[in-house]
Write a protein that binds this ligand. Structure first.
Ligand SMILES: *Cc1c(COP(=O)(O)O)cnc(C)c1O
Length: 499
């Protein structure tokens, strides 16, 4: 299996190279040249396997330059009992005859990014061994919250790696900050900057394009890498759980062979929903994808009008991991909808850079609307949805998942389609304890640990261990620097040694 670029179809590289490079030199994203096919008989076979076996099966179709043993080792390290609170890894919960929730937050940081970021470090270090000369990788992350913590947990104590995370001093939630500053591990470092998320991100981008710095690191056998969500190594682990969810439903008798399902995903950078789309292209029986956005509804408008326009107001919402105006992974979908026309993608993304918008042709718009339904939900309705879902099912959801539930209801009202539906649940409600308490009509007073206790008591649900354990942890990282000090910080810090 080889990979090509969305902006240069002549390119052909193997998966190790795609994972080590992250992004193509032409600015495009790596996509598989041809998708593997998973038959209904395969699905039946997968149904009798556990998550690790299912993951190995799917990954082996994509990472053909990895040995079976390579893959098994990576997957075993990622989805271990110590790291995931559910033996099923990504369990499916039936709420009623049509709603099935796919819980993607049983990993060490209680958000769905763990599903990919627990595996990526192992895929990356294995890929580096295949790409001669690269011994160590330094991961640099600018984060507005979830990604930083998930990357820290993924890379902590992984041989041949070190990780440095920059976050805006006043731009992450109390819980997110607490999760990061108490991070353990020998090869990790966390530093806050005086500025906002854009400052942190621009600073990191500047370092990546600093040729002198990169050369200097390369000479010492160190590769600078980003682990961000456009890396193929982050997308491929996400395909697995859609197959796994379907297989669980087959096994439990909720689906008959080949029965179609809908999939709802609360969407930001379009990675999670794109993985579901790939699963369908590989043979998973899916009818409709429901793309749920918050008030940053650039994707809703795109699906409904065919015009992508990032020139709009940016909202800071209670579902912050979806506060995005440029959904990077959309480029991969467009490449496929345009029948892999790389020239077309270059033109569209040129327009996005120059004028902040582009419009797809009528034919592509029809294809898009055939597969995707798009709607959005603001903060007030997000909160109402948390309450109504809890009242109706005694099932507690976080604000991101609530956006998905809300938009799904709109879809059912619009379409009258009662097909069984998988709703991706992307974070534990305890990660957003204050807004969740507020939504169910409780006053969120006291400190964060008192709030956690309160939520647990009222809803009779359990606080995830990684969150309750934060209470016993010491703050390890309290450095604050100016945004123009990021480069020198990277060069001079000795806390974070590669192991
Ligand atoms: C990152 C994130 C999302 C958005 O996922 P994308 O792959 O960027 O579309 C949704 N919910 C949570 C909790 C997240 O952390």
């Amino acid at each position: 299996m080889l990979y090509t670029s969305t902006r240069n179809r002549d390119l052909r590289i193997n998966s190790a190279k795609a994972i080590v490079s992250g992004i193509s030199k032409d600015g495009g994203l790596f996509v598989p040249e041809k998708l593997p096919y998973i038959s209904l008989a395969n699905l039946e076979l997968l149904s009798n396997m556990n998550y690790i076996e299912r993951a190995s099966f799917i990954l082996s179709k994509f990472l053909t330059d990895f040995t079976d043993n390579d893959i098994l080792e990576c997957v075993n390290k990622a989805y271990s009992k110590e790291k995931f609170s559910s033996d099923d890894i990504a369990p499916i919960v039936k709420l009623d005859d049509s709603k099935f929730v796919l819980e993607l937050w049983h990993g060490p940081t209680c958000a769905f990014k763990d599903m990919a970021l627990q595996l990526l470090p192992h895929l990356l270090t294995t890929s580096m061994k295949k790409e001669a000369g690269l011994k160590n990788v330094k991961i640099l992350v600018a984060t507005s919250g979830d990604t930083g913590k998930a990357a820290l947990e993924g890379f902590k104590n992984v041989n041949g790696t070190s990780i440095l995370v920059f976050y805006p001093e006043n731009g992450v939630s109390d819980m997110q900050k607490l999760q990061m500053v108490t991070q353990d591990g020998k090869n990790v470092d966390v530093c806050s900057i005086k500025g906002n998320f854009d400052d942190a991100q621009s600073g990191v981008k500047k370092i990546f394009t600093d040729k002198e710095l990169c050369d200097q690191l390369n000479e010492n056998g160190v590769l600078l890498s980003s682990a961000n969500s456009i890396n193929w190594g982050r997308l491929v682990p996400q395909i697995v759980y859609y197959f796994s969810a379907y297989c669980d439903m087959l096994k439990n008798g909720h689906l008959s062979d080949g029965e179609l399902v809908n999939i709802v995903v609360p969407t930001g950078n379009f990675g999670n929903i794109l993985a579901a789309y790939y699963a369908k292209k590989m043979g998973l029986p899916v009818k409709k994808f429901i793309c749920a956005s918050n008030s940053n509804n650039v994707l809703t408008d795109f699906i409904n009008t065919g015009r992508y326009d990032k020139n709009r107001k940016f909202y800071s919402t209670i579902s912050p991991s979806m506060d995005i105006l440029i959904s990077s992974n959309l480029e991969r979908l467009l490449f496929h909808l345009y029948n892999e026309n790389d020239e077309k993608i270059c033109n569209l993304y040129g327009e996005l850079v120059n004028q902040g918008s582009f419009e797809v042709c009528e034919e592509v718009k029809m294809k898009l609307q055939d597969e995707f339904y798009g709607e959005f939900c603001d903060d007030i309705h997000t909160k109402k949805t948390i309450k109504s879902v809890f009242d109706k099912y005694k099932y507690l959801i976080d604000p991101h998942t609530a956006v998905a539930f809300n938009v799904y209801d709109k879809y059912v009202m619009d379409s009258k389609d009662n097909t069984k539906t998988i709703i991706a649940s992307t974070a534990s409600p305890y990660k957003f304890v204050k807004d969740v308490l507020d939504s169910i009509g409780e006053f969120a007073d006291g400190n964060i640990f008192e709030q956690l206790g309160e939520l647990s008591k009222i809803t009779r649900t359990e606080i995830p261990k990684p969150i309750s354990n934060l209470n016993n942890k010491n703050v390890r990282f309290n450095k604050v620097i100016f945004k123009d000090e990021m480069r020198s910080y990277l060069l001079n810090n000795t806390v974070c040694e590669t192991i």
